[in-house]
Design a protein around this ligand. Structure first.
Ligand code: TLP
Length: 341
């Protein structure tokens, strides 16, 4: 089976498992797990943040960050396709009692002008705008990269309104590899950043929140409240540490494979791919012109040994990752041709 459903499906490599087996551990709720401490220090250093907090998942990183930044009744401004709006089970409302104000972006990018137009006035009648939320790369927009110039403008705007900024950087590694822009240059404009080790980096579990020492101190308490104090979790942090040390630069292969696949798909009858949105390791394709719906195509592909995800009536997603070679992409291309021609 060629599994292109997500970059979350990767299995730890033998060397990663070896690193996990040998990991030194301690009680992380007491701050005493040496491997977690090492990972937090390392990722804080490469992102230029004061401190980091290891958490169980990208969802937990995002939700702990929201809770740490906001009070119930506050509002977050974000792009309509954001992961926290679509795929985190209503958690911002459930856990933090905040409302979300969405803006339609282009390729997942919202501009400072668009944001400025919707910031609430300081009025007893309005929710308090508190947080601007960006996603880089942007999953639902196609793994697209958020331009740095716009991030800078948004920071100026947020400073002038005393708003916080959070970056959902589950795939920030991919943006870094696609553009060559250092992780720290992206991260410096945000009060908090979440990153994931269990997607393109190929670790089995784990994410991290990055920010000032003061922010992380408060986030640590929220993580405990949310049930995320994980004790001897150095075993899993060792997988993440291995991934950070060995799997960042190789992501270029995933990006090349995604581009290769996108070009093949876009040449098939009835299949539409917005090639400008294929900037990293994610390929969305639309099959409305084939007369079949997404679920049917997903099933047909699965029967022929290729897994993708149907994400709308006629829209599907294929993601390249550590466990997918160029040869497997070529095999998948043969299956796509068989199904669509
Ligand atoms: N995304 C998953 C699914 O939930 C859609 C995937 O397969 O792409 N932020 C972004 C931008 C994400 O894409 C994801 C996961 C998360 C946060 C949440 O991470 P986890 O799954 O670790 O909670």
């Amino acid at each position: 089976m060629i599994d292109l459903r997500s970059d979350t499906v990767t299995r730890p490599t033998p060397s990663m498992r070896e690193a996990m087996e040998k990991a030194d551990v301690g009680d992380d709720v007491f701050g005493e797990d040496p491997t977690i401490n090492q990972l937090q220090e390392k990722v804080a250093a490469i992102t230029g943040k004061e401190d980091g907090l290891f958490v169980a998942s990208g969802t937990m990183a995002n939700q702990v960050s929201i809770k740490t930044h906001t009070q119930p009744g506050d509002e977050i401004i974000l792009e309509t396709g954001s992961h926290i709006f679509h795929y985190e089970s209503g958690a911002p409302a459930f856990l933090s009692g905040v409302q979300l104000q969405t803006i339609n972006g282009k390729h997942g990018v919202i501009t400072s002008k668009q944001i400025e137009a919707v910031i609430r006035p300081q009025s007893m009648h309005c929710a308090q705008t508190r947080l601007i939320w960006l996603e880089n790369t942007h999953n639902r927009a196609g793994g697209t990269v958020f331009p740095l110039e716009e991030i800078r403008k948004i920071r100026v705007l947020s400073d002038s309104h005393a708003l916080f900024m959070h970056l959902d950087g589950a795939r920030l590694w991919n943006a870094h590899i696609a553009t060559g822009i250092p992780l720290s240059e992206y991260a410096r404009y945000f009060d908090s950043v979440s990153v994931c080790f269990s997607k393109g980096l190929g670790a089995p579990v784990g994410s991290m929140i990055l920010g000032s020492a003061e922010f992380i101190h408060r986030a640590r308490r929220i993580r405990k409240i949310f049930g995320g104090g994980m004790r001897q979790a150095g075993i899993i942090a060792a997988g993440a540490l291995y991934a950070v040390e060995h799997h960042i630069s190789r992501m270029k292969e995933d990006h090349d494979n995604a581009r290769f696949l996108a070009e093949i798909l876009s040449a098939l009858p009835g299949v539409h791919v917005d090639l400008t949105s294929v900037q990293t390791n994610i390929v969305y394709f639309d099959v409305s012109q084939t007369g079949k719906n997404g679920d049917t195509i997903q099933e047909l592909l699965q029967k022929n040994g290729v897994q993708v995800i149907s994400v709308g009536p006629t829209r599907l997603r294929a993601v390249t990752h550590l466990d997918i070679s160029r040869q497997q992409i070529e095999q998948a291309a043969i299956v796509f041709k068989k199904i669509f021609q």
